[in-house]
Design a protein. Sequence first.
Length: 106
Amino acid sequence: MGCLYENCVNRETGEMKSTFSIITVAANPMMEKIHNSKKRMPFILPAEKEKLLIEKELPKEKIQQLMIPFVEDKMQAHTISKLITDRTRNSNVEEVMEKQAYPELA
């Protein structure tokens, strides 16, 4: 997945902090169903194109040509627990990723 990554130094404490932001692109048809209001998805670069992105002087136009939706037929999706959005409980547990059935999505 594409991201912007930076190491920053807190000027007051001298502490080093690593930050990153995930880059998004327009959603492919599968991801449009999941992110149906914003119609976006993470930028996923196919493995065969990884070396292109680390060229030292890669022009902005070539970067933009790489930033396209990942092909739908190489992805899989399933519903997960609503616990993922529960701010009162720890959602960093295996049960969150287990496939769930929701009648309203049938």
